[in-house]
Write a protein that binds this ligand. Structure first.
Ligand SMILES: [Mg+2]
Length: 171
């Protein structure tokens, strides 16, 4: 049952996910979370390194859609300057927003990866909808109020995986 929360891969940062690697896996599009995945939850806009990451994806014809549970104001302010399409109030772990993102990008599920920093929304949602999921270490140690309880539960699940040797994670 807990396997629903196990990501296919885990990396330290989105910046570690390279276009060459994705292309080699046949990936044409990225569905990514925003808060604490791309930037700190309270940072309004992208860092230079992240802007560079988006450019690299674009140069390699890998599409990116931001799918966030946060509100329109937050997501739009971040995504518009980058000209990255986005879906706000996505209600992850529910599936419809992922499907919408796929439709917008015009790709199949098998050609996409779901990236995020939370087991209870990003990983669970991606897994349940049948995506390849990649967990990243949260950019910040702090969270918005809505995420605090999820983190409490998440920590227990991560510890269980760790004990079973299913997930190596350095704190
Ligand atoms: Mg997040």
């Amino acid at each position: 049952m807990l396997k629903q929360f196990l990501p296919n891969e885990h990396v330290k940062s989105v910046l570690d996910i390279k276009p060459e690697y994705l292309k080699q896996k046949g990936v044409k599009g990225i569905i990514t979370d925003l808060d604490n995945t791309l930037v700190e939850w309270d940072r309004p806009s992208a860092t230079p390194a992240l802007i560079n990451w988006f450019d690299e994806m674009k140069q390699n014809n890998i599409l990116v859609t931001i799918v966030s549970n946060n509100n329109e104001e937050r997501v739009k302010l971040f995504a518009d300057p980058l000209q990255i399409p986005f879906i706000f109030r996505a209600r992850k772990p529910l599936g419809p927003a992922f499907k919408r993102a796929l439709n917008q990008m015009g790709i199949q599920k098998e050609e996409a990866v779901v990236i995020g920093d939370q087991l209870l929304t990003d990983v669970l949602g991606g897994n349940r909808s049948g995506f390849h999921t990649i967990l990243v270490v949260p950019v910040a140690q702090t969270d918005g109020l809505a995420t605090k309880f999820n983190r409490f539960v998440e920590r227990r699940i991560l510890n269980w995986f760790r004990k079973k040797g299913m997930l190596q994670w350095e704190d």
